[in-house]
Design a protein around this ligand. Sequence first.
Ligand SMILES: Nc1nc2c(ncn2[C@@H]2O[C@H](COP(=O)(O)OP(=O)(O)OP(=O)(O)O)[C@@H](O)[C@H]2O)c(=O)[nH]1
Ligand SMILES: [Mg+2]
Length: 502
Amino acid sequence: MSLPADAAMASTRYPNPNLSPSFDGDDGGVVLLGDGEGFSFFDEQGDGFDLEERGALRRIPGLTTELEDVTEVEYRQLRLERVVLIGVWTSGSLLEAEASMTELAALATTAGSMVLDALVQRRDRPDTATFVGSGKARELADVVASTGADTVICDGELTPGQLRQLEEVVKVKVIDRTALILDIFAQHATSREGKAQVELAQLQYMLPRLRGWGESMSRAAASSGGRAPIGTRGPGETKIETDRRRLRTRMAKLRRELAAMATVRETKRSSRRRGAVPAVAIAGYTNAGKSSLLNRLTGAGVLVEDALFATLDPTVRRATLPDGRVFTLADTVGFVRHLPHQIVEAFRSTLEEVVDADLVLHVVDGSAPDPMGQITAVREVLAEIDAAGVPELVVVNKVDAVDPTTLAVLRKAVPDAIFVSARSGTGLAELVDALSERIPHPEIEMSLLVPYTRGDLVSRIHRDGEVLSVEHTGAGTAVAARVPVSLAAELEPFRVAEALRN
Ligand SMILES: Nc1nc2c(ncn2[C@@H]2O[C@H](COP(=O)(O)OP(=O)(O)OP(=O)(O)O)[C@@H](O)[C@H]2O)c(=O)[nH]1
Ligand SMILES: [Mg+2]
């Protein structure tokens, strides 16, 4: 129990500078595999539970990792954790409770685990000691023993004490949802900034868990008249202090590094902004189809050229509207319900792409079990990063996989949304129209006569502005265009009277 990693006892992959986690800078988010297939563990939600029902620990069928073939079984048994999921259903509808457990299963699978069983207990609130009630904890221990699981994953954020006490009962490692999500982020991080952000988030998660241990010792000290009891004096306590200090030192270093990276990012962004190219940020729940949509839009020919903008972050692509206007389209990290606060905090600088955008393309998976819940969850994160004020265009994706009834409900619930399928291409034309309407126009309209020696300027007008008419005359190229302010200054010498245009 002396190393920080041991004390945290939460995640299998700890932030270790030598074993750096990775984050996929390209789309980065968490891939959810759950298809929301219905499973039923309660007939109805609400007050009608008899005592037995309340106390029952229900198995959720269908929530186990599907294996393709025997080789995969062998492979997984060698490398992966075998997990049992446990949830406490305190409030909300059955649909929400189901969605939450299905999502936890998908998260666990994404993290590389094999889900052996999933159980939910209906309770007013989680047990302060063992998350589920003590009797249920023992039942859980039986399930763990009979399935041969090596890890229990709880659907929620547990206190350090709850983790420890539940671990004592079930005799295997217990982790919570936050640790699981941090673990997935750690596996996906590849860029230097992504890795640093995840590591900082993991350390933030670990720190109070170290303190939790220290606190119980302080309480023990208080009850023994202010003097530390036997076994907690001397080197033991010093060790915790050392661990904490090491964590804090590492965190401070990461913060400094991240601040420096944020400055570079900010410089890039402001140079982009100086060019007055409108910025659109794609945001949305994980697995909603954000990256698919980006690919569709930037690879669609009609709308764009698939040119990677070398000076931009790789996640930002340049796209062109049918009228020739250029904008940037940025993919962002996926959101998830109860996205750990540490992650939001650590990814703040990356998420600033959204804060600075002219428009947020909020992608929703229409085929998910609870699309409206996803919209709410995403908007909560947007508010947390101060992006609530950025104009939003809701795009309901995967309409190819949504049944007509649900689709009708969604259309009513989000009347301003555009309904698309990044897979089949349905609705993309409407989306392009909506983008054309919502993306700000370059500010200044000019009539110009540009000498043939300044073909570079004509190219830039095409690139950054919106060309209204072009004519090749004896004296040069006559162009009428709407251009950004920055370019207007340079074009000023070639400005001519309106009449020349016609
Ligand atoms: N049926 C259907 N599936 C889709 C559609 N668009 C995307 N998908 C699938 O949804 C899954 C997730 O797509 P991504 O584009 O990776 O989603 P994302 O939002 O970028 O996900 P993260 O970056 O992990 O948060 C993939 O398996 C896609 O093939 C669609 O229009 N219809
Ligand atoms: Mg993605």
